[in-house]
Each structure stands twice: as C-alpha cells, then as structure tokens.
Design a protein around this ligand. Structure first.
Ligand code: SAH
Ligand code: SF4
Ligand code: F3S
Length: 481
C-alpha cells in the first residue's frame, strides 16, 4: 500500500463547480515544486465526475513513480487526456485537443501523449491508427500499469492496456487532490455499471459494476475531514446498488455506507451521485432524513417522461414509478432538492412522448437538469436495434423546449427560497467578486453573499438569509445562527 505525501499537490484554487464537469469542461492540475520530481505530467479531464476522480488516482500513481504534475503543457514530458465517450461531441472535443497537442509535439518530439478513460476503452488500439501522435492508450481499469506503459512508450513502442477488470477499485490508492478548493472532494465508491440503458456507452467503457470496500471509503473520508475538507460526494454510476460483502459475510449496502460516512463528523457534509430511479430505496431516504449532514439533494435522472420510450431505453421503470419515487422523496424530505438528466429525441420519440417529458418535469419540479439531445453511440443496444430516426432539427427544437421549461422551473424554485434562511458551507470567493463568498446550501444551490467584516473563511458554515435570486444563484446576507 502506498502512502502519498499530502503536500504532493498542495494547491489552492477555486474549484470548478462539479456540475460543470458534466458539461465536458476540462481542467489541468497546478504546477508544483518542479524540483521535487524527475519528470512532469500534464493531465486534462473530460466527462463525468468519475473521470475527474480517476485523474486524481492517476496523479497519485504517477507521483509514486517520479512524475510531478504541471499546469504548463510545454513543460510536460507526458501529456494525458482523460477522455469521455458519452456523446459524439465529447469525442470530437478530444480529437480537437489532440490536434492541438500535435503542434506542441512537433516542437518537442520526446514528449509522450497518452489517451486515458472511456474513449481509450471504446476505440482501443484503433486510436493509435486514427491518431498518429498518440503513444499510449490506457483504459479506466489499467491505471496501475501506467508507469510500465510509460517506460514502454519511452523506448519508442506504442503502449496499450485496455483490459477491464471485475475487481479493480483502486481502493488502496490515496488520490492526489487536483485543483482542489480544500473544502469539497469526490470519493469513488464503486466502478462500472450493470444497467444496460440502450443509449449508453458506459457499460462498455467501464465494465462490470463493483463496489469498493467500505472501510477504505470511510478511511478516505475521515482523512479528508482531518485535512480540513468539509464535504464529500460519494461517486458511482448507480450509487444505490452499492453492495460490499466482507469476508465474514457482513454486507454493507448504500444506506449503511451513507450512515458510516455521516457519522465521521456532523461537520462533514455528505452528498452522492448518481441515483437510478429503480434502485433508490426508502431505507436510503430515511437514512438521509435521519442525518442533518447528509445533504437534502438527489440527482435522479429521468431521461424521458414517456413509458414507451423508457422501455426502449431499457430504464426498467415507468413514468408512474418515477413520479411515485419523486412523491416519496418529497413526503419523507419535503425540503429535498431534486435534479435530473433528460434526453431529447431518442429513437422513435413522437411529439406526444416529448409532451410526456415536459409534463414529468412539471410534476417533478426539478431545481436543475442536464439536458442533451440523443447522440447514437456505436455498439450500444439502441445503435444495433433502433433507427436514430428523429431529425436533428426536431431533436434540437425539443431540447430547446426542455431547456426553456427547466429555466422557468429553476427560477420558480429559487423564488420559493426568497426570505428563507439556509446553512451554507463556504467554498471560496464568488466568481464575480472577491468581496463576496460563494457556498452551497444543503439542496446544492449556489448561494452568494457579501463578506462584510466577518471573520469567516472557506470551510466555515454560516446562516444566510436569501433576499434575491437569479435563475442559477441565491443572493443573501449572513444572519446570526
Ligand atoms: N449513470 C448515470 C449517467 C451517466 S451518463 C445515470 O444513470 O444517471 C450522464 C447522462 O448522459 C445520462 O444520464 C444521459 O442523460 C446522458 N447520455 C448518456 N448517453 C447518451 C447518449 N447516447 N446521447 C445523449 N445523452 C446521453
Ligand atoms: Fe449508462 Fe444507464 Fe449505467 Fe447510467 S445507469 S451509466 S445511463 S447504463
Ligand atoms: Fe463519459 Fe465515461 Fe463518464 S463515457 S460520462 S467519462 S463514465
């Protein structure tokens, strides 16, 4: 087991809001003491939080093998792109970035370029043929072999490892926190996905679902708390199916894990993502309700509001089932925030199906949604079975209607909060002004308020009374607790 020095990446930087990570944005880690390491790597991450979290594992493995992180591409001996395949556009973004790297490599021929993550897994060695400048292709379960692959590539050979594993969880590797605000962190609790949603490439790129030992999860969260972090987000493609069986037969399910993490300290907030509507149990909802520090927020992707389309998507729930789960959440936790993922224009979607999506959004009153139009992914069930038959213009128009409705719902949800007082965890300066703090309430809404002369710092909890709002942000001021 490796111990990573905690100062390995002692960075202070405004965190990219984790919701942004889903928009396919990239970030690169900070430069560190350049003398501490023999060589330097530069990494950019695309896609979901899981990929960002994986980059922190990769950083840890590379640190152990003499590579330090740099934010300066020109200074790097090794350039890594941790990629996403979820939609065609995500792959196009990576290809564009690779062509930009080509120019850097022309000036610096010794520099190695590696593609990690889901695109590496989906395209395997085909990537080497398609993108001549790529030296290494490494799938999400093969990061432990990176140092060996780098050595191989250094001798001029192309290096590939895209083996998927049934048991790799990187449980013993302490992630190096890249680009951290020092307050909030992601913790992977499981990998892979066993659901076969027909539109989705993830089961092919991430392999079978496996849960990480709860003891190592709790230890990682405790360590984060000891280092001043005040919020952890437990990550998995389908967290509600977390299930770890100990050698003595003891079983820990997701509700059990949530409770263990919540018990670390009442000052440590716990969030999680993503919940599948078919698996979110009353036991989980009651556990959330029992602990004030388990945040009142559930990301519950609906994808479509039409039972017929949901069936084609292989989501295994109906419109009615979904609405009943939302009602149950509101019954057990009336103040719970709910957000969603929605796909417009899936195969065969009619105008009536689309109206069902709009009406389920109204019923669920989402605070926020990630909205996409359907992008066919090679090899998925939908690509093999159904024609991608909704014209692009129709997909885009429907998506636009979905976005407009969500904008209204978000604004209405924020207006409901005017005059309310929330406990806010301060994450750092607001984006607009260093005279204002930015934090989140339990429902995951961003709250911005003036610093005034109060002796506050990031990582502190404060009570903020909301007096104004925009569509995306609550504005308020500190009130006595
Ligand atoms: N495991 C998560 C989702 C991960 S992917 C879950 O089940 O909720 C994030 C989102 O991308 C999905 O919820 C879906 O809305 C969207 N998505 C996945 N495949 C897509 C595709 N082929 N086209 C458009 N959107 C897609
Ligand atoms: Fe994809 Fe469905 Fe698994 Fe989510 S639950 S990762 S949408 S297959
Ligand atoms: Fe993308 Fe892979 Fe995540 S396809 S969304 S990076 S699991």
């Amino acid at each position: 087991m490796h111990e990573i020095p905690t100062n390995a990446l002692d960075v202070q930087h405004a965190l990219k809001a984790h919701d942004e990570s889903r928009q396919g944005e990239a970030y690169a880690p900070f430069a560190l003491d350049p003398n501490q390491y023999r060589k330097h790597f530069y990494i950019e991450s695309y896609g979901c939080q899981m990929n960002f979290s994986d980059s922190e594992i990769v950083a840890s493995i590379l640190n152990q093998h003499g590579f330090g992180a740099t934010r300066n591409l020109e200074e790097a001996d090794l350039v890594l792109l941790n990629t996403c395949s979820i939609r065609e556009k995500a792959e196009q973004t990576v290809r564009k970035r690779l062509s930009e790297f080509r120019k850097v490599k022309e000036k610096k021929p010794g520099m190695l370029v590696g593609v990690l993550g889901c695109m590496a897994e989906r395209l395997k060695s085909k990537l080497l043929e398609e993108e001549k400048l790529v030296d290494m292709v490494v799938g999400p379960d093969a990061y432990r072999t990176l140092p060996g692959l780098v050595e191989e590539a250094e001798t001029g050979q192309k290096a590939v490892n895209v083996m998927l594993s049934r048991d790799e969880t990187y449980a013993d590797i302490s992630p190096v926190r890249l680009d951290s605000n020092g307050v909030t962190a992601f913790v992977s609790i499981m990998r892979g996905c066993n659901n076969m949603c027909s539109f989705c490439v993830v089961p092919f790129t991430r392999g079978r679902e496996r849960s990480r030992d709860d003891v190592s999860i709790v230890a990682e969260c405790q360590d984060l708390y000891n280092r001043g972090f005040r919020e952890v987000t437990l990550l998995g493609q389908n967290v509600d199916s977390y299930y770890f069986v100990h050698e003595d037969g003891r079983i820990v399910n997701f509700a059990g894990l949530l409770e263990k993490v919540a018990l670390i300290s009442p000052l440590l907030r716990v969030r999680f993502s993503t919940s599948h509507p078919k698996d979110i149990t009353d036991e989980v909802l009651h556990t959330m309700a029992r602990y004030e520090n388990i945040c009142r927020y559930i990301h519950l992707p609906v994808q479509s509001g039409s039972t017929r389309v949901l069936q084609l998507m292989n989501r295994t729930y109906t419109r009615e089932w979904y609405m009943a789960r939302v009602d149950r959440i509101r019954e057990i936790m009336p103040d719970c925030g709910i957000s969603s993922d929605i796909i417009a224009g899936f195969c065969t979607e009619t105008e009536e199906d689309h109206q069902d999506t709009l009406s389920i959004m109204e019923h669920s009153r989402y605070d926020m949604s990630y909205m996409f139009f359907y992008s066919e992914r090679p090899g998925t069930l939908a690509a093999r079975r159904y024609a991608d038959d909704v014209p692009d213009a129709v997909k885009k128009r429907r998506l636009q209607e979905i976005v407009e409705l969500q904008n209204r719902l978000s604004r209405e949800s924020n207006e409901q909060d005017l005059g309310k007082t929330f406990k806010v965890l301060i994450e750092g300066n607001s984006k607009r002004s260093d005279q204002d703090w930015m934090g989140r309430n339990s429902q995951n809404k961003v709250v911005v308020f003036p610093k005034g002369n109060l002796p506050l710092q990031k990582g502190d909890y404060v009570w903020v009374k909301v007096h104004d709002c925009t569509q995306a942000t609550l504005l308020g001021e500190v009130v006595p607790s």
